[in-house]
Design a protein. Sequence first.
Length: 131
Amino acid sequence: MKARILVIEDNEKNLYMQTFLLEKSGYEVFQARDGLEGLELASRIKPALIVLDIQLPVLDGHEVAHRLKKNPETRDIPIVAVTSYAMAKDRERILANGCEGYMEKPINPATFVAEIERHLPTSAPPNGDQS
Ligand code: MN
């Protein structure tokens, strides 16, 4: 089984690009388009990592991260936050919520997957080979 990555992103262009890049590298990608859907999907599929947009409908990324890290079922899943805010306080809040990684939009297609893999547990290679 391939490692699962959950992408929570409401912008279709960004969602498409991130999904494309991760699938091309062999990951199984699940998509959510708002914060609540993302939370529910995270509990259900237990992804190896979550890519989390901050500006999201229903629940924003700060709240999603907070709830994921409060829940024993999901607290160990690494979160890489993606934000278009260049504001320092946003970054501080993201890290305070327990997100393991942080990147700013626009994402760089040449380095996106490598950046994600820095935070991916080593037990979760793209092909899921545990041997
Ligand atoms: Mn957004």
